[in-house]
Ligand binder design. Structure first.
Ligand SMILES: [Zn+2]
Length: 109
């Protein structure tokens, strides 16, 4: 029995977790050998899982979760930047509007 690429994509997570029966695992191995598409997909998926797992496995009891703190700080920093940029944009817009208004009323005189 040969599995389709769609089915393969559904079970790669299980494959990666070693949660498949030997028979299914062999079929996945076979498919990966033959299908470059799925090989690329599986490599990419494994890379994502590994990086996610790496974050999830940061010890939380023995030491503070610096990555989460760093992430929060980064998020706050980005939020600050967005607010600052918005404020700058608003101030610039106000300046332009005031200047335009002043120029317009000067032209009228
Ligand atoms: Zn495939």
């Amino acid at each position: 029995m040969s599995l389709s690429c769609n089915v393969m994509k559904d079970i790669y997570v299980l494959y990666n977790d070693n949660a498949l029966s030997n028979k299914t695992r062999d079929e996945v191995n076979e498919h990966l050998k033959e299908c470059a598409d799925c090989r690329g997909y599986y490599d990419e998926m494994r890379r994502l899982l590994v990086s996610r797992r790496h974050t999830a496995h940061t010890p939380r009891i023995s030491e503070p979760d610096y990555s989460a703190v760093a992430k929060k700080l980064r998020r706050d920093k980005i939020r600050c930047e967005i607010i600052r940029n918005a404020a700058t944009a608003a101030a610039l817009t106000a300046c332009v509007l005031v200047t335009a208004h002043v120029l317009k009323s000067e032209n009228k005189e």
